[in-house]
Design a protein around this ligand. Structure first.
Ligand SMILES: [Zn+2]
Length: 90
C-alpha cells in the first residue's frame, strides 16, 4: 500500500508513514466488516436486537449489518412459524 500523503510505499502493518510521519489511513473498517457470529446468534433468538444492530451498522459495516439482518429475519421467521404451530395445535 502507499501513503496517501506523500505516495511512499509503506508496510501494510504501518500506522505511521516512515517518510512523512502522517498517520496512515488503516483499512481497519474492512477487517471489522465481517459477520459477527455471536451477535448473529443473538439476533436469531432476539430479532429486535438484530434489527437495531442492522440500522446501527448499515452505513459503517454493511457486510456485518446484512449478516445480522439475515439471522434476524430467520429468527423472526422461526418465531412466526412456532406461533402458527402453537395457534394451530392450541
Ligand atoms: Zn507519507
Amino acid at each position: 500500500m502507499y501513503c496517501e500523503n506523500c505516495g511512499a510505499e509503506i508496510s501494510k502493518e504501518a500506522y505511521i508513514c516512515p517518510k512523512c510521519g502522517v498517520k496512515v489511513k488503516k483499512e481497519e473498517n474492512n477487517d471489522e466488516d465481517k459477520p459477527n457470529v455471536g451477535l448473529n446468534i443473538l439476533s436469531l433468538f432476539f430479532p429486535i436486537v438484530g434489527l437495531i444492530l442492522y440500522f446501527t451498522w448499515k452505513n459503517q459495516t454493511p457486510i456485518r449489518a446484512k449478516s445480522v439482518l439475515t439471522y434476524c429475519l430467520i429468527g423472526w421467521g422461526i418465531g412466526i412459524f412456532f406461533n402458527i404451530i402453537v395457534a394451530t395445535i392450541g
